[in-house]
Design a protein around this ligand. Structure first.
Ligand SMILES: Nc1ncnc2c1ncn2[C@@H]1O[C@H](COP(=O)(O)OP(=O)(O)OP(=O)(O)O)[C@@H](O)[C@H]1O
Ligand SMILES: [Mg+2]
Length: 471
């Protein structure tokens, strides 16, 4: 199916006709390879938070050149989507500039079109009508719209689905509509925000392959692709350049040039080596790329709730990971582990952060190693594990803050709102909620304190001794 579709696409009739000479937007001349299409200079973005400004992007200098596929890679919340939206002119930067072909952007970028993770189709419109939408906004005449949409539909392998409604389509077919709708406007730069992450593995693989073949064949006039992803393998498979963003606030942490021949072989040593190198930067394992706020970057006695956020990891999740490492004789390669579990790096990083924060594991090279404390925890029965966990959890600043505050408060109870306010100075409300959920889970399991959802109150259990953290 894939190959025959692609073979059919190689006929000249599948090329998208230029929307129209009378179209509202005159196309600039085709950029030659290497020409800068998009450029950000000292771009920053801050959002208004519950308690002042929240810096999301800081000092981003980025160039997107004709002929390249650039992957923006980073952990959840690192500002990838925000950067993409700034490049597309959908939101303005707080300071700094975004320029398209040397012209500072004022509003939506005329040279870009976006493919979204969630497809963003209008359910009451057919495939054909959804694809025509982009052109309608640009003022293309109806007959030219219809013709261009048919060609885009053909190009992306949706022939025969023109009159179908989105709900009749599989996820993969819906995302093809997303691609067709973006390509029909012949963007100079195609923007994609995690376009494959809502699809099952095989569908994603198939679509990725088809898109890259289309790109290589030059059948659509797009001159560059910017792909947002948190999937390292996807970035190494597709990109010519990988830009890794750090978090809080997002900065360009490192750039990798991918010199692998296509089609890229996942099993080749060069491919694996690049995955490992990118992985090390993503996890903050290199000196120059430590992620601020990660527990291993800060001495235990200097950790505070502000500089050491609690990762989104449940006791069950982190205990499961500890047991899994114990089964691998206390040591395993992180990337392999994620692979074995059918997960992405991003999925297990919070668990890894949690094990490190608790002193249950440490990183050596690409391997995750259980410490003696972690080994004891993984092998303990329920009561023992609670005791070990209670001691370890006092190394987590927020758990410690809640515990000591409760002990200092004569009544032994405190409203969650108190801790929410303290954290709101440093985190978004979403992050505050996640951290309090983790603190509640950890504190309850450790029997350091209890939490009543109504009236949102932490309290000491009556018979609780005052805990201490021993290093
Ligand atoms: N409109 C907004 N208002 C306030 N904060 C926002 C807004 N949009 C994003 N944020 C915050 O900015 C940070 C970066 O968000 P962004 O969506 O750009 O990250 P991301 O790297 O795309 O994450 P993900 O991988 O989860 O999609 C997050 O902490 C998020 O909560
Ligand atoms: Mg995003």
């Amino acid at each position: 199916m894939v190959l025959s579709t692609l073979r059919n696409l190689r006929t000249p009739t599948a090329t998208i006709p230029a929307p129209s000479s009378s179209s509202a937007t005159a196309k600039p001349a085709r950029a030659v390879d290497g020409e800068i299409l998009l450029e950000t200079t000292a771009l920053t973005k801050t959002y208004a938070g519950a308690d002042g400004e929240l810096p999301v992007l800081a000092g981003i200098d980025l160039q997107i050149r004709a002929g390249e596929v650039v992957a923006l890679l980073g952990r959840s919340g690192s500002g990838k989507s925000t950067l993409l939206r700034c490049l597309a002119g959908l939101i303005p930067p707080s300071s700094g500039t975004v320029a398209y072909r040397d012209q500072p952007l004022k509003g939506a970028n005329p040279g870009t079109a976006m493919v979204f993770q969630t497809f963003a189709l209008l359910p009451w419109l057919t495939v054909q009508q959804n694809v025509e939408l982009g052109l309608e906004a640009r003022g293309t005449a109806p007959d030219q719209r219809a013709e261009a949409a048919r060609a885009a539909i053909d190009l992306i392998g949706l022939d025969g689905f023109e009159s179908a409604f989105p709900k009749e389509l599989s996820g993969g077919m819906r995302q093809r509509v997303g691609f067709a709708r973006a390509l029909v406007v012949e963007p100079d730069v195609l923007m994609m925000d995690e376009p494959f992450s809502a699809l099952d593995v095989l569908t994603a693989e198939n679509l990725r392959g088809e898109l890259m073949e289309l790109w290589a064949s030059g059948q659509f006039p797009t001159r560059a692709i910017v792909l947002v992803t948190h999937n390292i393998e996807e970035a190494v498979l597709m990109a010519d350049r990988i830009v890794v963003l750090g978090s809080r606030p997002g900065t360009v942490k490192e750039t990798f040039h991918v010199d692998l021949d296509g089609p890229r072989d996942r099993n080749s040593p060069a491919f694996q080596d690049l995955i490992d190198r990118v992985y090390r930067v993503m996890t903050g394992r290199t000196k120059e790329s430590r992620i601020p706020g990660r527990p291993d970057g800060i001495d235990t006695d200097r950790r505070t709730p502000a500089n050491t956020p609690l990762p989104g990891a449940s006791v069950d999740g982190l205990s499961g990971l500890a047991e899994m490492i114990a089964h691998h004789d206390g040591r395993c390669d992180l990337a392999d582990l994620a692979d074995d579990l059918g997960l992405e790096v991003d999925d297990i990083l919070p668990l890894v952060d949690a094990l490190e924060l608790l002193g249950f594991a440490g990183i050596s090279g690409d391997d995750l190693l259980l410490t003696d404390r972690g080994t004891a925890y993984a092998g303990a029965d329920v009561q023992e594990s609670k005791t070990i966990f209670a001691e370890a959890a006092m190394h987590a600043p927020l758990v410690k803050l809640i515990t000591t505050s409760l002990h200092q408060n004569a009544g032994g109870t405190l409203r969650a709102g108190f801790f929410r306010d303290v954290l709101a100075h440093h985190y978004t409300s979403e992050q505050v909620t996640q951290q309090l959920e983790t603190a509640t889970d950890w504190g309850r399991y450790a029997e350091l304190y209890a939490y009543d959802a109504d009236p949102q109150e932490y309290r000491l259990e009556n018979d609780q001794p005052r805990p201490t953290a021993r290093s």
